[in-house]
Ligand binder design. Structure first.
Ligand code: ZN
Ligand code: ZN
Length: 334
């Protein structure tokens, strides 16, 4: 089949890549083969191409597709349009048994860790990971289910108290979704970004915005009275300076939610977290149910975030577009 393969140095389209159905189903692994209709490129994919996770294989983890074949309990899924949760645990360890499959030490993660992903004609996932998509959700919208679930994960982890104020640092793909989700739970949401046109998109949802410094400058947060004034602050900036910005916005005894993996190697200064008794919450993937519901009912809107669509052959150009400052969701149509 045709697939984009990343060998650690570069990614290129191959048309002789082994079909996932060929080996996954051979061992009776209970996996379903999905024909990928549309896949989204996100910041994590760009980080993987830069060496994150030392991943080798087919990247891509945001997708919508149609189930081609599926054994056992997945048989009813054949022919259905689906999105898929990306973490696959061993099913036997204490964490899997305790409902924490996403944290299984032996897990594979679609297109990120030990499992070929969605930038291909076909992919394979266990039937239990697949969710049928209602007709009212388009393919373009369904590509947002995975990142939107990651945004809803914040609401699962952090309860909103009445009258609390929320801030989001960053105005990119994930930050846009987080702003809409926090608007539902918190009401008072301010986004700190550095792209005027992206901030403008948020204003229609009643989200306050602050335009900060340009990329490469020290901080996106200026001395405008916002320092230490938010109960919950989410760093979804994808930039090293975002963590310090987010920390400076967090009230004493407030909560700082970390959605960016980029800060990990930056030697971020944690002293303010101690001095101001800030609670740090790491946040990654979420469950799909609330995300599918929000798209089906229109509570969260994503149509304005679709950027451009490329064939697999255009992967290089798609990545190039995705890295541009004004780009939102770039998609691949295998
Ligand atoms: Zn992603
Ligand atoms: Zn496990």
């Amino acid at each position: 089949m045709r697939a984009v393969y990343f060998d650690g140095a570069g990614a290129r389209m191959r048309d002789d890549y082994p079909d996932p159905g060929a080996d996954r189903n051979a061992g009776g692994g209970g996996e379903s083969t999905v024909s990928v209709t549309l896949a989204g490129i996100c910041g994590t994919d760009l980080e993987i191409l830069d060496g994150y996770m030392s991943y080798r294989g087919v990247p891509g983890h945001e997708f919508v597709g149609v189930v081609e074949e599926s054994g056992g309990r997945g048989a009813t899924l054949v022919g259905k349009r689906v999105a898929g949760e990306i973490n696959v645990g061993c099913g036997r360890c204490g964490r899997c048994q305790g409902g924490m499959e996403r944290h299984c030490p032996a897990r594979t993660v679609l297109g990120i860790q030990g499992r070929d992903g969605a930038f291909a004609e076909r992919l394979s996932l266990p039937a239990r990971n697949l969710h049928p998509i209602p007709d009212s959700v388009s393919d373009e919208q369904a590509v947002f289910i995975e990142p939107l679930a990651a945004a809803f994960e914040i609401s699962e982890q952090v309860q909103a108290a009445a009258g609390s104020r929320a801030a989001v640092v960053g105005d990119g793909r994930l930050a846009q979704l987080i702003c809409q989700v926090l608007k539902m739970s918190h009401g008072d949401v301010t986004c700190f970004g550095r792209h005027a046109e992206k901030l403008k998109m948020l204003e229609r949802f009643g989200i306050s915005t602050r335009l900060g410094a340009e990329p490469g400058e020290e901080s996106k947060v200026h001395g405008n009275g916002d320092t230490q004034s938010f109960d919950i602050v989410v760093d979804a900036s994808g930039s090293v300076s975002g963590f310090a910005d987010a920390m400076s916005l967090t009230k004493p005894r407030g909560t700082l939610v970390l959605k960016s993996t980029t800060a990990s190697g930056s030697g971020a200064d944690l002293t303010p977290a101690v001095v101001h008794e800030v609670t740090l919450v790491g946040s990654r993937c979420g469950v799909f149910g609330p995300a599918i519901e929000a798209l089906a009912t229109g509570t969260v809107q994503v149509d304005h975030m679709a950027d451009s669509t490329f064939p697999l052959e255009g992967f290089g150009a798609a990545v190039g577009r995705s890295r541009e400052g004004d780009a939102l969701k770039v998609m691949l149509r295998p």
